[in-house]
Design a protein around this ligand. Structure first.
Ligand SMILES: [Zn+2]
Length: 328
């Protein structure tokens, strides 16, 4: 079959190539893919990342949708596998499973003609493949963060990065849950974000974000801050959160370390919450929301699988707004 894969760590070692068709193991099903969206994770795996024990060659891609070979059913693929038995799984934290794997990282992924996945990971859907193949990583991550922070209807939330995939889904899900959403974007993307989401957008390049958040929340700050950037935004995230509120983080895009002043943390009774990917049930929920039109995958551009290299180039430049999807 044709696939876009990394032969060894390094973007120069990635290419469109012929590989053997996967053979489903016990409990797995074969899916003929129609579409697969790119994530930053693809770039990390392509380059080699210390957090992911990846063996090469590896077919890249975590998000995907296609047809179940066995039955002809249209399915969207959940990107993580889990055991269902370990301490983390039994507490509903399947993305921290002792033996979790992610498609396109520890097992072959979706930028191919075929992929083999555990049967529960292939979720039936009526969505068109490009949308269905754009939800697993980013939308589930966004929803899991809001759940971890216990966001409730009527509360306020600051979502960093309207142009990021996780940001765009966090905004839409929080709006759907009837929360007041504030977001941020660069000067170039502010207008687009306002039109797209219909919520206040703070220009993080020219405005004081926490000051604007205070203005927009009658001086109180927001109930929840959705963090995915790290050191570059942290000093504005802290003064943006309300007393008793929560900062939830799923990423460290700008670096691994921030300073948390303990006096600030305890005297304001802030909850600081970690969040990683999400659960199969959350994936089924975001699929339902997308089918109902409550959330809309933002697709920026599409390329045929054979031109995946161009798509990766576009992703690494990071200029876009929305998902880049590979079609078959
Ligand atoms: Zn487990």
């Amino acid at each position: 079959m044709k696939a876009f894969a990394a032969k060894a760590p390094g973007l120069e070692n990635c290419g469109y190539m012929d590989l053997p068709e996967p053979k489903p193991q016990n409990g797995e099903v074969l899916v003929k893919l129609d579409a697969s969206a790119l994530n930053h994770l693809d770039l990390w795996i392509a380059r080699g990342h210390p957090s992911y024990k990846t063996q090469y060659p590896r077919v890249l891609g975590s998000d995907g949708a296609g047809i179940l070979e066995e039955t002809g059913a249209r399915v969207a693929l959940f990107s993580s596998t889990f055991c269902g038995k370990c301490d983390a799984c039994l507490r509903g934290l399947t993305s921290s499973c002792d033996v979790t794997t992610t498609l396109g990282a520890q097992r072959d992924g979706t930028h191919a003609e075929y992929v083999s996945v555990p049967k529960p990971n292939a979720v039936p859907t009526t969505l068109d493949p490009q949308k269905a193949g754009s939800l697993s990583v980013a939308a589930v991550t966004a929803y899991h963060m809001l759940k971890r922070a216990e966001l409730k209807a009527g509360q306020s939330v600051l979502v960093w990065g309207a142009a990021s995939s996780v940001g765009s889904y966090a905004i839409q899900i929080a709006k759907h849950l009837e929360c007041k959403v504030i977001t941020t974007a660069s000067t170039e993307k502010k207008g687009h974000a306002e039109k797209r989401f219909g919520v206040p957008v703070i220009d993080y390049k020219t405005e004081d974000v926490s000051e604007r958040v205070r203005e927009l929340t009658q001086g109180r700050g927001v109930d929840v801050v959705v963090e995915l950037v790290g050191p570059a935004t942290w000093n504005a995230s802290m003064p943006s959160v309300r007393k008793g509120g929560a900062i939830v983080t799923c990423g460290a895009v700008s670096g691994p370390d921030v300073v948390v002043p303990l006096r600030w943390l305890y005297s304001n009774q802030i909850r600081f919450i970690g969040s990683k990917q999400g659960t199969l049930e959350e994936f089924k929920q975001v699929i339902r929301w997308a089918e109902e039109g409550a959330i809309e995958p933002v697709i920026e551009s599409t390329y045929p699988l054979s031109e995946a290299k161009k798509a990766f180039q576009q992703l690494s430049e990071g200029k876009g707004f929305g998902k880049i999807v590979l079609t078959r």
